[in-house]
Design a protein around this ligand. Structure first.
Ligand code: GAR
Length: 218
């Protein structure tokens, strides 16, 4: 059972739990915007950051901002289902309105999705449904695509298959070599950070409906 929001929770300001596995630059973009605009104007605030591993910059960023963190490692649990249950419990303890997967490199399971389905947002570094999975940038480069980008979508029971909220396009240049994955990913992330911040704010402020594959934000 999710705990009640703390007393300082302003009405209308949505509670975000952000899940990270790495650098956390998307998390930082959310934190910076909420700091600049204020949670009331932005429509949300980050109440906790969760990770599947210790020692990552994403956690450092959260701690530097004074945000509670939790770490839920697969290897600390007897199996994947137990990990999934623990992750769902640790997330629910912060009573989120929305959960944001911002570079969280684990596929969550049924328990997590039963609890947070329809309010679990992921950002992926490719134009879905092309190039799902853990290597979206590399796969688009290797395929010889001319454009790629990023997709912000709700998570469903498949891998990167949920309803799309918004996408941003990034050109793949003639001089993007197969070894140039990092440079292309950096250009994608420039677009991605702005898109994620914009989308999460819009969902928080306006609410939304999911009708089949369509996400409708009034
Ligand atoms: C982002 O580009 C995100 O789309 C990607 O990891 C990066 C995280 O960057 N996620 C995936 O590839 C998930 N399949 P960040 O840690 O700097 O926010």
């Amino acid at each position: 059972m999710a705990s009640a929001p703390p007393p300082d929770h302003a009405p209308g300001v949505k509670r975000l739990v952000v899940l990270v596995s790495g650098t956390g630059s998307n998390l930082q973009a959310l934190l910076d915007t909420i700091e600049e605009q204020g949670p009331e104007r932005y429509g949300a605030r980050v109440v906790a950051v969760g990770a599947d591993r210790e020692g990552i910059t994403g956690l450092e960023r959260a701690r530097a901002a004074g945000i509670p963190t939790f770490v839920c490692r697969v290897k600390d649990h007897p199996d994947r289902a137990a990990w999934d249950l623990a992750l769902a419990g640790a997330t629910a303890a912060h009573a989120p309105d929305l959960v944001v997967s911002a570079g969280f490199m684990k596929i969550v399971g049924k328990e997590f999705l039963d609890r947070f389905g329809g309010r679990f947002v992921n950002t992926h570094p490719a134009l879905l449904p092309s190039f799902p999975g853990a290597h979206g940038v590399r796969d688009a480069l290797a395929y010889g695509a001319k454009v790629t980008g990023c997709t912000v979508h709700f998570v469903d029971y498949g891998v990167d298959t949920g309803p799309i909220i918004a996408q941003g396009v990034v050109e793949i240049r003639e001089d993007d070599s197969p070894e140039g994955e990092a440079a292309l990913h950096a250009r994608i992330k420039d677009v991605e950070r702005a898109l994620l911040v914009e989308v999460v704010g819009r969902l928080a402020r306006h609410g939304y409906r999911i009708e089949g594959r369509k996400v409708l934000v009034p």
